[in-house]
Design a binder for this molecule. Sequence first.
Ligand SMILES: *Cc1c(COP(=O)(O)O)cnc(C)c1O
Length: 365
Amino acid sequence: MQPRDLSEHEAYVPGRGAEEVARDLGVDPEDLIKLSSNENPHGPSPAAVEAIEAAAPTVNVYPKASHTDLTDRIAEKWGLGAEQVWVSPGADGGIDYLSRAFLDPGDAVLVPDPGFAYYSMSTRYHHGEVTTYPLEKSADFEQTAAGILAAYDGERIVHVTTPHNPTGSTVSRDELRELAERVDDHTLVVVDEAYGEYAKAPSAVELLEEYDNLAVVRTFSKSYGLAGLRVGYAAVPVAWADAYAKVNTPFAANEVACRAALAALDDDDHLELSVDTARWAREYYREELNAPTWPSGGNFVLCEVGDGAAVAAACRRRGVIVRDTASFGLPECVRVSCGTREETKDAVEILNEVVAETRAEASGP
Ligand SMILES: *Cc1c(COP(=O)(O)O)cnc(C)c1O
């Protein structure tokens, strides 16, 4: 007995967890600074924590009311109809629902390279084929409609990430419009705004009124600090919004997640603190790191260090966990998440030491 041919499938490589690294090093996880998965350094909103505790005694019941309430609340936030909000287990779940709704076996999907691994994973799960468009380091990973269209060959879905993980680059509203207008009629453009709150640009959700070949995925994992609960959503145009009922796994997001997300949506202070800290930290990295970095619209910065794996390992030994970006196709870089102010300053000190030492070793005695 064997599963189907999975030889083209790749396993997701997550950032290293604090507990796992702490065990390897024989230290307390509390003593580590974890900047490898773009999580919220301020934790979840205290209101969300309260909601999680309050929900505990009712988890014997399927999440029906909470799911409806969350859907309505998100719809209200964006001025959408409730049917346009596809609540999902993380934004990753939203990507899966779009793959389920759009892909026939053998359909091609265009994804950015370097880019977020889950687009191609989801494509392959749904029996699709992956093609890529390049983001060029020599052009500072600039994202334009023309650049994407140069690689476009009638794919069924085109994934766009803004702000882009791991480079931090963004796509302007005009470029998104141009892309949506110039692709073939059967092509869906999926705009991943997992880091949308950190960017200064308005959300592509506002374009759903005008374009029926666009969907936007967002998440509670990053700026809302709820990564552990797995809740996100896709916002879709009215034209095909009813497909959700036919593709979603029943009770897509769990009771605790829905309650926590509802509470988080009402905690503007926590969101503002999270966004402000990240915007400060990404500038601090840009100014203080003694290595090339790129402007970032997200809560992380990409940094060119030579040997990313070696630098990440050396940082880890000194208690700072950064993301080696080899799995994104950038082995010469690391990605550093924005921490609290204190964590960010400590991380810069250690990264600068490690980068200087690695350079000295590379140039020999
Ligand atoms: C983190 C991330 C996501 C989704 O995360 P979920 O935890 O599944 O919501 C989606 N896209 C990008 C680019 C990300 O970095």
